[in-house]
Each structure stands twice: as C-alpha cells, then as structure tokens.
Design a protein around this ligand. Structure first.
Ligand SMILES: [Zn+2]
Length: 1119
C-alpha cells in the first residue's frame, strides 16, 4: 500500500469524506482504521499528511466526533499516527490537539476506556515534540498527568488497565525529555509519586512494562550533580617539557550548575529523513589520499641512528665459534633444561582437537630437574595437575575451602605453623609491604624484632613458593619495581603483581544477567533521594586528601588503597553499610578516560555481599552488560596455593547515572556536556581478614613485563635463540622502553648461513599503547614465551623471521594507572602521523625504526599492534584495504585504476583456523579518517606495509568457536599470542618462497597439507564489515535516557488495540470497560509485547510448501 501511493489515496478519500456534511460512517470508520494501520508503517506519512493539508481535516473530524466515543476512538488512532511525525505533531499541538485530548482523558473515569486509551496514545505521540511538551508543561498538564496516573494506579487494583497506566507514564516520559519538564516533575513531587507506586508493582511480574517505564523516568529526572571531587582533573599531574600544554582544563564541579540544553538539543527535528548513513561518513573515500605516500616527517639523516637498533644486520658472528666452544661443556646441561617449551602449540593434532572448555591439564609431563638448584630462576612450564572440575566440584570446593579456611585460622597444626603465624600478620594489611619493600619497612615498623620475624616468615614462604608460577619471579619483580619512576612515587607493591598469577585450570562462563537487575539498581539509587536518612556518605579513601590515607578506618568500614603500580582508585565513599561509591582517577594531565580500575581492599566481613558503584565511567555501554565480570585476587587464596586472578562479581550492570560534567569540547571553544555511567557489582569476599584486589581486567604492570623479559633472557637457549634487548628510548617519565630483537642464531659461521640470517624478513610487533588494555600484554606475553621457546615450531619460525618487538609502547601510562593516554595526556595511538620527539618519544622512535627499515628496503612483512577492545567480543584484526573501503562507502571502484594485493587477508584467515579465540568475521579492513593517525594506518601508508594490523582482543568472551560463552582468561589470551606466531609461520609458507628444506620441516611439524595446498582464495568476500575501535554496541539493552520505542512493537500495539476494539464492537457492541479479571488483563498485556505466537486466524505455511521455495531440502525428508 505504502509503495503504491496508498497513503496519499487514503488521505484523499478522507478529505473527500470529511467534506460531506454527514459522512457515511459505514465507510468512514474502515477508512480511518486503514489510515491508522497503513500510516504507522509509512515513514513519510507525516509529510504526506502535511502535503495533503490533512492535519486540519483530522483535527476537525475529531472535534466533530467528541460526542460519540467509538467514532472518536477511530479519529484518535489516526491522530496518533499523524503525531508520530514530529513536525506534524507540533502543528497539531499548535492547533489545540492537546487541549482536545485532555478533555477526553480527564477527569479519571472508567467509562469508555478504549477511547481514553486511544487518547492517551495520541497524547504520548504528540508529546514527542518538544514544543508540545513545553506547551503542555506551561498549561499545567504535567501535574494533571501525575494525578491521573495516581488515580489509575490506585483504582486499578486488579491490574486490568496496565496499558492506560503505562500510556500515562509514556506521556510523562516524553514530557520530561525537556529540562522544563524535569524541573516541573521534581516540583510536583514526581519522584516520590513514581517511586512509591513502583514499590507496589514490584511483586507482580505482569507489571514489568510499568516498572520499566517508571524507572526510566526516575533515572532521568534524578537531579543532576557534579562528581563529589574537588576537580575532575587527575589527582596526578606532570610538568611537560617545553611549552606544551595538556588538554584544556575541564570546569567540572567549579562550573555553575546546568542552565540550558541538558540532555539533548531541545530543537525538534524530524528524524524521518536522517538516513543511517552516518557510520560510513568516516570512511576515507579520496583515492588519492588513500594511495599517497606522505613525505618523511623528519630529516633523512636522522634515520641513520636507528642502525644501532638493528645490530643483527651488521653482526659478523666472529664470536660465534668462540662462544660455542666456551659453552660446549655446558651443552649437556643446557639441553636438559626445560627451556620453555611452548604451552600452547604442542602439535598440530591438539590444535585440531582441543580440549573443549577444559584446558590441557598437563602440557609437558616433564618435572623439574632436581639438579638445577644453582639455576637462578626456576622456570617451569609444566603445570601442576589440578584435579579441579568446575561444574560439579565447584560447590564442593567452596565448602571444602571454607572448612579449610576455618582450620587455617583456628587449628594449630605444627606442620603449618608458619602459615598459621601468617594469619595474624594478615590482620595488618600492610604486613607484606613491610617485608617486601625494605626502604619503607623502617618507617612503618620500627621494631627490629617484628621486622625480622615477618621477614623470615615471608622468606620461608617465598622459598616454598619459588618457581610455582612459570615465567614469574617475585624477587625479580621486586627488583624491577624498585627502579620504576612513577608520578606519585610508589613505594608499595600490589601483592598480586609481586606474588604472581597462575591461571585457574578452568574458564568461567559469562555471567547470566538477572531479570530486571538494572531496574533494581536504579531504584536503589533513587532511594537515596527519597530516603536520605539512610545514606552514610562517609569518605573512606581519597587520593586528594592525604590525611584520609593515614587515618585508621572507621569500624565496620572497608579500607581501600591504590597507590601502587597500575593502581587506579581516587576516592571511596561509604553510602550504606555494605555499599560504596567509587571514583576513578582520570589519566595524568587529563580530566577524562575513566574505565580502568585496580585497587586493594581489606577489613571485609566474609560472606556478605558488598555493593560497589564505580560512578564515573564514560563509555556509552560496556561488556559488563553482556556477561563480563571483573577480576579479584585474594591474598589468602594465594597463600593457600591458589595465586590467581579470578572472574568475580555478581549483579553486574552498567547504566547512565545522574552525574554530569561540563568540559571544553575537543578542538572547538564550545562546551560539551559529559555524562557519567555507573558500573555496579557486588562481591562476596572469600575470607575474613583477607586482603583482596579488584581490577577491571587481569593487571599486567610495567614491572611485570620487565621482570618477564629478565626471565626470558636468562632462560633462552643462547645457542639457538638470538635475543637482544635494547632501550628504544626513555619515556617522558624517565622509564626505559624496551625493544627486543628475536630470531634464530645462524646455523653456522659460513657465508650462506650468515646471509640467510641477515636476509630474513622482519616482523614488527608492538603492544600496550593504551595502558588500560592489559589483555594486550597477556597476548604479548604468549607471543614472547612462544618465540623464545624450544618448541620446534618456534625454532622454525625464528629461522623465518627477525622479530622486532616493543612490548609496551606506553610504560608511563601503565605505571600510573592510566586508561588511554601517556603523561602528555595524549592518546599515543593518534600520534603516528606526526609524533613529537619530546612528547611522544616511544611513538617517535618506533616510527623512526620503521622508517629506517623501510629506507634500507627491509620494511616488515607484518606489522601488528596489540590492543584490547572493550565493547566487542572475540579476537580479531583491523587491516587496511583501499578497495574494501571504497566499496563500503559505496564509491565506484575502477578496478583498472585501483589494483590491490589482497594478501592482507591471508593472515586473519589463517588465524581464524588456528586460533580458537580468533574470529575472521569480526575483522575489518576499512580505512577511516578518524584513524588516520593510528599505527596501523600510518605503517600501511607511509612504510607501504601491506599487512599492517591492529589486533583487538576482547575483555569478555567469544561469540564463536571453542570459547563461545566463556570469559577469556590469561591463558586464552597467552594462547592467542602463541597462535599468532603459528599464523605467521603459515603465512610465510604460503606467501614467501621457501627452501625445500623449510617446507619439509614445516610439513613434519604441522598438518599443513590442507593449509598449503589450499592457496588463499583470493577473492574478497564482503563479509561482515564492522567499524573500528568502539562502535555502539549492537546488542540493545535499554539503558539510555533518550530511547523511545519506535519499533515494530508500536505497530503491533496499535494494531492490537484496533483489533480488540473491533472484535469488541462486533461481538458485544459497546460494552466497554466492564470486561473483567484475568481475561482482560492478559489480553491487554498481549498488545505490549511482540507475540511469538502467530495470530489465531493466520495460517502457517507447511514446511515443505513449494511456495517457500527455499525449503526444498525438506521435501524428501519425512516431516
Ligand atoms: Zn587500544
């Protein structure tokens, strides 16, 4: 109907019918019904109504039928459909439509309920127009609506009129979209009225639509506040070199409270013609720009200095023979060392048949060699066989542990006496800091005896603990941590980083979301306003107020701490006995970027759920709404042999709150209002007198990385692994940024072998430019461990490539607990086009090194920057393709002009096969303007690297494959890092000419027949192109203020309403409002949902019906 001009014809017919003095209701009523049904599905209906000048016709028709409620009801349906176009709605409002409707719906009466319902529906539609809302508020309709709502709420005891009550709430919802509406709502005690009414509804599941809409209004109208901090600027600042200035200050709480334009622009705009093209307008469609190669961003002679970072190209290995002579005697020992065989790539078969959900209990059966006591850091890649079975035994385990815990504290077992003694020590949360940080030891505990005692204890423990965790050493960690330069001058270590983390032998499924969870949390927040007497409001931790750090905690109160590497917590406020509001610190020299948190908490009561609200999150949505949990580390658990971060937290959700911040808009001089979001979760701590740590994601500090490199260097096989660790540069904060070169030692000193050594193509890897993306570091850890391992695949891979790796591009950010930026307050992954040597040294020099390689004709075969993605699932790559970008943007592509090697698709395709967490369908190869200054795009364009990627790893879980529905742990992330290496080897075999020898070796190791013969299909499928970094989440949870239900649901609702009215009229003539009990209420409810059941009179097509065409496969099988 719509496409064939049906709307116009119907409007024309209506105009004709309305002209007659006494219209024939036998045709008028069906005409009106048809208009309502067609009109609501016609996106241009409003415009057509205007064009046909039909608004007046409809309005006067409505007026004329005021006396006859069935006819009037029909007119109201059409009015509602017309009003769904904002412009038309505004016109109707100006012409008195709302006054008319108010006459119909007031005063409260149960007579002619269908008519009242239709009128309320029309009124709600009109109030979507902001000028109508203003008009309504000015005429006092808001208070009227509230009173009406109360009347209906009070009188509808058997819940027969849910649709009317919800309709009234929808009116209130739209009217409070304007500031004036919200103010009037507050002034009319709207909060109390809705809050109280919702309390009556909570017990009845039928009333969900009412509760949801009311909660929505309550959250929106909650009076706006500034964050309870002195300034939103970071507690930490760093004086920048030169006259560089950080981002303009944000007014935050200093600025006066809101004046105009709160949530949204209050201008009416018709979203009818705004196509959803927006997402594509960021694509770079200028072919010349896509293909141009910018000039060097620095003097050419500067590149020479990077020669020093490529010593492998100039090494003549004169010492090679000498070295091997020297080490000959050691050879046997070295061979017998368990020198880091890979965790993850034991053989091709295990790649193909991985253990579902269960990790390899034991990758290597080899145990520690007792004869290696003199070896500095015991390095074990075997795992203790852990008998834990998650599903069945988890409960039992918990119980067992509780018992054990009790024992732990109460029973005097001489065999465990040292552990027991530690128990009392634990009560003093600073106990381990005293021991591990000698220089602050004296200040905390002056008693030499006490110190000695605790030192011995911990020494004993460390002795026992030594080597428990592969690739980790507490001693190395402490040594590295002492050299770190941080803005706050950290003097303490966080226990988890010091002691180490060993992934649990199971992975945890994503958390199931409880029905109505967010609603309950929001109502709990609103309760603070309604019942202010319950709120404690005691600040228990405050970075900005040093006195709060030293003063002893109030009794019954948690103690917080965050002054350690990567720590982030600015302020903690106790709200109720077991509830705390937490505020994160902004990035150094910035007033934003809050997401990462990492803090210590102690003095908890066991088995009590504590609720935490992190109230200054900034992202629009979060994986916390889709089953992701945070991570927790318990010191007690660690000392009992389970040193690990685990996914923790229940009742997790993420929603917009009532805190606001004014800040200068980026670039322009305008003022942009910033919203904050709450992440809420509750935690039951496992033990009493414990020290626990909570974090956004598995922490990975700078010292962790540095000590990891120490261990790798010490444990590699120097005869096989060429390993060189240099300093790329010093960071702004004065910390060295390491650069690694890893490849295979030349086979021998003869010329061919040395030549082969020098001519290996480069692979350039970087990670952690964004400090909050600790998952990227775990992936990098997996890559590094694999690369130096004695795994035969790793050996082969080292012979294929020279790896240049910068494992942490932003050490300062990581150290100081930033989310996104460096000390300059800049996002370093937006500086690659023109990095400043002063402000962005790591980027400047990483780019310099890449320039250098490219200038000597050795641009890397693959460049990959490891990241974490906070809003998407899976691990995937972003790459760069001119053609795919142009196609996606809808540009004509002259294939003769634009030729492109599709080799950029090979690696992700391989990874899709070999890495269980990797999903090809999540990859994208589009070049966006907003990403022009990222590593990936700059390396692709300026260095001409075809395979230049960003690798994004989820914080949450996978949507496909082996890990589907499981939250990724560090083991899965590390595995990804090693599988990436495997992918590189296969890429080499597929894409580069290889010696027969190499192919033979590879064929032995990998089940590559299929892989190699199946030459990459060089066709670009247009499969799932998604946008970069953090696009809005596709999964929809109604957490936003501005959301309105304009979808299919509304059609069905009105259709249902019309249908019901009709059947009523046909059946019992005009017997409104007297239908009783369950029948009516369930029937009324049906209209509120999209029913999954077919309408009773619709006939379903049989499966094998030829009419369906597509189902032919079913024909042969008996159904
Ligand atoms: Zn990132």
């Amino acid at each position: 109907m719509v496409s064939k001009g049906g709307s116009e014809a119907l409007l024309q017919a209506l105009a004709t019918a309305a002209q007659t003095e006494l219209p024939d209701h036998g045709t008028l009523l069906p005409l009106l019904r048809l208009l309502a049904r067609v009109g609501q599905r016609d996106r241009k209906f409003g415009l057509k109504v205007q064009k046909a000048e039909a608004t007046d016709i409809i309005l006067s028709l409505t007026r004329r039928h005021l006396g006859h409620h069935l006819h009037l009801t029909h007119c109201l349906w059409v009015l509602r459909v017309c009003a769904s176009n904002v412009t038309t709605g505004t016109m109707l409002g100006i012409n008195g439509a709302m006054e008319l409707l108010f006459k119909v719906i007031t005063p409260y009466s149960k007579r002619h309920v269908r008519m009242v319902r239709a009128a309320i529906g029309a009124l709600a539609a009109l109030l979507k127009s902001k000028s109508n809302s203003r008009r309504a508020v000015n005429r006092g309709y808001l208070g009227e609506l509230l009173r009406l709502y109360q009347d209906w709420h009070r009188n509808d005891v058997s819940n027969n009129y849910i649709y009317i009550r919800r309709g009234l709430l929808l009116c209130l919802k739209y009217i409070t979209n304007i500031q004036l509406g919200r103010e009037t709502f507050l002034g009319s005690r709207g909060m109390e009225i809705l809050f109280t009414s919702v309390q009556d509804c909570l017990s009845c599941k039928n009333l969900d639509p009412i509760i949801t809409t009311a909660t929505h209004i309550l959250r929106k109208c909650y009076p706006k506040e500034h964050l309870p901090v002195v300034t939103v600027r970071s507690s930490y600042s760093f004086p920048l070199p030169g006259n560089a200035s950080a981002e303009p200050p944000c007014e935050g709480s200093e600025g006066d409270s809101e004046s105009e334009g709160e949530e949204e622009d209050e201008k009416d705009w018709d979203n009818e013609d705004v196509e959803s093209k927006e997402e594509d307008c960021d694509l770079e469609t200028d072919v010349n720009k896509l293909r141009s190669r910018p000039v060097l961003d620095r003097p050419e002679q500067e590149l020479e200095k990077y020669e020093a970072l490529c010593a492998e190209l100039f090494q003549n290995f004169q010492e090679l023979e000498f070295e091997s002579e020297e080490k000959k005697s050691l050879e046997d020992r070295t061979e017998s060392l368990p020198s880091a065989p890979s965790h993850f790539i034991p053989s091709a078969t295990s790649v193909k048949h991985p253990n579902c959900r269960w990790r390899n209990q034991s990758v290597t059966e080899m145990g520690p060699d007792p004869g290696e006591q003199d070896f500095k850091v015991p390095l074990q890649s075997w795992r203790k066989k852990e008998e834990c079975i998650w599903d069945k035994n988890d409960e039992n385990r918990d119980i067992a542990e509780k018992a054990q815990d009790k024992e732990f504290c109460e029973e005097k077992d001489p065999a465990r006496s040292h552990v027991f003694a530690l128990c009392s020590l634990l009560k003093d949360s600073a106990w381990y800091k005293k021991v591990f940080y000698p220089h602050c030891e004296a200040s905390i505990d002056p008693s030499p005896e006490g110190r000695l005692e605790s030192s011995d204890l911990v020494r004993n423990l460390l002795e026992k603990h030594r080597g428990d965790i592969p690739f980790h050493s507490p001693c190395f960690y402490a040594a590295r941590a002492q050299c770190v330069k941080s803005i706050p001058g950290y003097r303490e270590l966080a226990f988890p980083d010091f002691w180490g983390h060993q992934p649990p032998p199971y992975s945890k499924p994503v958390l199931e979301r409880k029905h109505g969870l967010q609603r309950d949390k929001v109502l709990d927040d609103v309760r603070r306003l309604i019942q202010p007497g319950d709120v404690i409001g005691r600040t228990v931790f405050d970075l900005d107020d040093p006195s709060s750090l030293s003063s002893p905690a109030a009794p019954g109160c948690l103690t917080f701490f965050s002054k350690f590497e990567s720590g982030n917590l600015r302020k903690a406020i106790q709200v109720r006995e077991f509830e705390y509001d937490l505020i994160m610190n902004a990035d150094v020299n910035s007033s934003q970027h809050h997401q990462w948190f990492y803090f210590e908490v102690c003095d908890m009561k066991p088995a009590v759920p504590y609720r935490f609200n992190i109230i200054n999150c900034e992202k629009l949505n979060s994986q916390f709404n889709y089953g992701m949990q945070l991570v927790m580390y318990s010191v007690r658990e660690a000392l009992q042999g389970r040193p690990r971060w685990t996914r923790a937290g229940q009742e997790i959700c993420y929603y917009k709150n009532h805190y606001r911040c004014r800040s200068a808009a980026a670039g322009g001089g305008g003022v942009r209002r910033r919203f904050y979001y709450t992440l809420t979760f509750s935690i039951k701590f496992p033990h009493k007198d414990d020290v626990c740590y909570l974090a956004y994601h598995y922490p990975y500090t700078y010292s962790t990385m540095m000590s990891h490199l120490d261990i790798l260097e010490q444990n590699r096989n120097p005869r096989k692994v060429y390993w060189r660790q240099q300093t790329l540069c010093q960071t702004l904060g004065g910390n060295p940024c390491p650069l690694l070169t890893i490849t295979a030692m030349p086979e021998s000193k003869n010329r061919d072998d040395l030549e082969q050594f020098c001519s290996r193509p480069y692979v350039f890897l970087t990670a952690r430019v964004h400090p909050g993306e600790s998952n990227a570091s775990w992936v990098m850890k997996g890559t590094l461990e694999f690369l130096v391992s004695s795994d035969p695949i790793a050996e082969l891979l080292r012979k294929c490539f020279i790896f240049k790796i910068v494992p942490m591009l932003n050490p300062d950010g990581v150290i100081n607990g930033n989310l996104r930026c460096s000390l300059s307050g800049d996002d370093l992954n937006r500086q690659w086009l023109a990095p400043s040597s002063q402000l962005h040294p790591t980027i400047y020099h990483a780019k310099g090194l890449l320039y250098y390689l490219s200038s000597i004709g050795r641009a890397p075969l693959v460049f990959c920057d490891y990241h974490g993605h906070s809003q998407k699932k899976n691990v995937f790559l972003y790459g760069c393709s001119i053609k795919e970008t142009l196609w996606q943007a809808g540009c004509m592509v002259d294939t003769a002009v634009v030729t492109e090697d599709v080799g950029y698709r090979t690696l992700p395709k391989i990874l899709d096969k070999v890495a269980p967490a990797f999903v090809m369908n999540s990859c994208s190869f589009l070049v966006e303007k907003s990403r022009a200054s990222t590593a990936r795009v700059v390396v692709w364009k300026e260095m001409g690297v075809l395979r230049s990627y960003t690798m994004e790893s989820t914080y949450c879980s996978c949507s496909h494959g082996l890990y589907r529905g499981l939250q990724l742990g560090t083991q899965e992330l590390e595995e990804m890092g090693s599988k990436f290496c495997l992918g590189l080897l296969i890429l080499h075999l597929k894409s580069l000419p290889c010696s027969k020898e190499l192919m033979a070796q590879a064929a032995l190791l990998l089940d590559l027949e299929e892989e190699i013969t199946d030459r990459a299909q060089r066709r670009c499928s247009n499969s799932s192109l998604e946008s970069d970094d953090e696009p809005p989440c596709a999964e929809e949870i109604d957490y936003d203020t501005a959301s309105s239900s304009d979808g299919e649901e509304e059609f069905l609702e009105l259709d249902q309403e019309i249908q019901e009215c009709l059947s009523c009229v046909e059946g019992e003539t005009e017997d409104e409002g007297v239908t009783t009990g369950q029948t009516c209420s369930s029937r009324a409810l049906r209209g509120l949902y999209i029913s999954s059941q077919p309408a009773p009179n619709s006939t379903a097509l049989p499966l094998g019906s030829p009419a369906l065409g597509l189902c032919r496969g079913f024909e042969s099988s008996p159904v």
